[in-house]
Ligand binder design. Structure first.
Ligand code: FES
Ligand SMILES: [Fe+2]
Length: 355
């Protein structure tokens, strides 16, 4: 199978957790190889601009943001949250008067100069951006059972030195656990056993249907009660696991964001409803960092081999999710090109593997 290596466009991408953008602040982020600048004004309104001054291409993020306008560091041009140039300091009074007449008649009028803006949505403690040339369709995916103003209790992010495809395949891979994530408190290689799980399609992705989690995962046992978990994967790169134990809920959202072709940011956000959940926070933070670090280390090794662009092998059933990912991506692009509805290629089925 040869993977389609380009980025999926015309889709909502997770950009950053809300907390990464405080009031009257800006945050630069490379997304799909494009420079973006996220801004939040004093009233909490957010915007995403292309992080390049249209004058001489200096990144706007190198300038100053006063909570309303960002001022370019080179010649002081100022831009509002709508991307329009609001002020050009080098214009004389006469030039300013001349250009401030009708917008149409004055090609140098500051308001006609603008930097691109990107659609942006803030929900459930996260910022999402629509990447592509088509107008945004639908809304970013919503986490189940959580209010719009829900905030993650734990956020951790890490940059992986690999493409988005290998980051996704690595995180959805069921067979590496006993080798990459061995540790005394999680699982040992010898604790592997045969598993089978039911899968089925969900909008733009697939679900590992609700089931009792692995009996060799100690972390799950900490929650106590009758445990059930459901794992969703949706394009372009969201993994959402919801764990229930009686009234207790833990939802973890892993967002896989391509910064560029060689770097992919993994942001792991956890939401829970247990008032004592904060007690677990230091432990969860350490575990998550350890786990993500193990995944990052293995993709770094994988990159050594991928440099030679070798063909890869996909076996049933352990690699079926990776294959579905490639199929979903291809179908998303084809449906768009042919202007037809998306047809989910994932069947209702059971996959079996040993891990
Ligand atoms: S480069 Fe930004 S104002 Fe000149
Ligand atoms: Fe992993």
């Amino acid at each position: 199978m040869s993977a389609d290596k380009s980025f999926l466009e015309n889709i909502w991408y997770f950009a950053m957790p809300s907390r990464a953008l405080s009031s009257k602040r800006m945050a630069a982020l490379e997304l799909l190889g494009q420079p973006l600048l996220f801004l939040r004004d004093g009233a909490g309104k957010v915007a995403a601009l292309r992080d390049l001054c249209p004058h001489r291409a200096v990144p706007l993020s190198c300038g100053h943001f006063d909570g309303q306008e960002v001022e370019c560091r080179y010649h002081g041009w100022r831009f509002g949250l709508d991307g329009r140039c609001a002020h050009i300091p080098s214009l004389t009074q006469a030039q300013r008067l001349r250009t401030c007449g009708s917008e149409d008649s004055a090609p140098t009028h500051p308001l006609r100069i603008r930097t691109r803006t990107y659609p942006i949505v803030e929900q459930q403690g996260a910022l999402w951006t629509w990447m592509g040339d088509a107008p945004p369709q639908g809304e970013p995916p919503r986490l189940p059972e959580l209010a719009d103003d829900a905030r993650p209790n734990l956020v951790l992010s890490m940059d992986f030195p690999c493409s988005v495809d290998h980051a996704v395949m690595g995180l959805m891979d069921p067979a590496h656990g006993p080798f990459v994530h061995q540790s005394w408190f999680w699982r040992r290689r010898s604790s592997a056993y045969d598993k089978s799980k039911a899968f089925g399609p969900v909008p733009y992705g697939f679900a590992m249907r609700r089931h009792p989690p692995s009996r060799n995962g100690l972390a799950y046992r900490l929650l106590g009660g009758r445990l059930e978990t459901e794992i969703l994967f949706t394009l372009p790169g969201q993994r959402v696991e919801s764990i229930t134990a009686g009234q207790r809920r833990v939802i973890s959202h892993t967002a896989i964001t391509p910064l560029n072709e060689r770097t992919t940011r993994i942001t792991h956000m956890m939401y829970w409803n247990m008032p004592w959940g904060f007690l677990l926070k230091p432990l969860l933070r350490r575990w998550t960092r350890l786990f993500l670090g193990q995944d990052r280390a293995i993709v770094a090794l994988q990159e050594r081999g991928l440099r030679y662009d070798p063909p890869l092998t996909f076996i049933a059933d352990a690699d079926t999710q990776a294959r579905w990912y490639a199929q979903l991506k291809r179908e998303y692009r084809q449906a768009q090109a042919e202007k037809r509805p998306f047809i989910n290629p994932v069947p209702e089925t059971v996959l079996a593997w040993r891990s």
